[in-house]
Design a protein around this ligand. Structure first.
Ligand code: PSU
Ligand code: MN
Length: 308
């Protein structure tokens, strides 16, 4: 471990070396592993994401907080420990990081928490499954993921398969517009629908290559400190059956309402019910799309490193 002068940030040697040499690094979140996917698929997906990022020529940096230290680059055993269900590790958004550090506690970072930590460490690309967004009923509950505001102020490019279909997708796109976050489809003109390749919502921009995504982000960074969203649809032949998707969605939303889950518990409860209702099919799709997003983020990071 290479410790910076700061005791609350620790980059592993591989990440520290890659960053100092200006080579491509991709941040990966841990909430998806700890709270989003069931065991044992969660750790398998995490390992696969790291492998495809390496195959693209970039260095993976899995991010989380361990005993009050933001870890950038994590060994599999540390990640497994964080994901141990008996530990009930916290879900950390950007605003929670200071408390986790002060309390010397551990937790998994969301997209918001991960891009905050990644930027702090000098990393500008991250991969996830689905970005958080505006929840259905947010006009009453005000439940809008902090992922959106984090992307509006933190200059990290995020590759995601759109936002989870459990959300109000149209409202989320409007908020990304208001917040000034660029959104582009990757080889698609429509915004992806997470478990489905197409949400039905049109996008203003599309890019056909990792180089084009990197070039647009590199230009944007000159006048804006916001992040950037590359929306990469799940492969059509791997998506969830549309009818099953709609039935699962109805079931998951009413299950979440009946469970009384609020705040940061809502998304994990809905994803778990989706998995149960679809007999694990949603987990397989989630897995496929996350790994594909990691691979694309590796390619974009390599292009970005060449531009810098
Ligand atoms: N993508 C997935 N599964 C997940 C997530 C993303 O495929 O579980 C996580 C990310 O960490 C994202 C979080 O930031 O869901 C959104 O949570 P919330 O809606 O509470 O902001
Ligand atoms: Mn929320």
């Amino acid at each position: 471990m290479t410790s910076l002068p700061l005791t609350h940030l620790s980059l592993n040697d591989e990440v520290a070396t890659a960053l100092s040499e200006g080579r491509a690094v991709v941040a990966l979140e841990t909430t998806i592993v700890v709270h989003g996917l069931p065991a044992p698929q969660n750790l398998e997906v995490a390992a696969q994401c790291e492998a495809v990022i390496r195959a693209a020529g970039a260095v993976p940096a899995t991010i989380g907080v361990i005993d009050g230290v933001i870890r950038v680059g994590m060994e599999p055993s540390t990640l497994a420990d964080l994901a141990d269900p008996s530990r009930h590790c916290a879900k950390l958004s950007a605003r929670d990081l200071g408390f986790a550090i002060a309390h010397k506690s551990s937790g998994a970072t969301t997209v918001a928490g991960t891009i905050a930590a990644a930027h702090y460490a000098g990393i500008s690309v991250m991969a996830t499954g689905g970005l958080g967004g505006v929840h259905r009923g947010a006009n009453v509950t005000y439940d809008e993921s902090a992922d959106l505001s984090a992307l509006s102020r933190i200059p990290v490019l995020v590759v995601a398969s759109g936002v989870k279909s459990i959300l109000n997708i149209g409202a989320t796109l409007e908020r990304l517009d208001s917040l000034g976050v660029p959104v582009t489809g990757y080889r698609t003109s429509n915004f992806p629908g997470f478990y489905l390749a197409d949400s039905g919502f049109r996008l203003d921009w599309r890019v056909e290559s990792p180089a084009l995504a990197a070039a647009a982000f590199a230009a944007h960074r000159h006048w804006s400190s916001s992040g950037f969203l590359v929306a990469n649809p799940v492969r059509e032949d791997l998506q969830l059956d549309a009818t099953l998707h709609d039935e699962a969605l109805t079931a998951a939303l009413s299950h979440a309402a009946a469970s009384g889950a609020v705040g940061k518990d809502v998304t994990p409860v809905i994803l778990a019910e989706f998995a149960r209702f679809t007999g694990g099919a949603s987990v397989q799709v989630n897995r496929d799309l996350v790994v594909a997003n990691a691979a694309l983020s590796g390619q974009i990071a390599v292009e970005l490193a060449q531009l810098s």
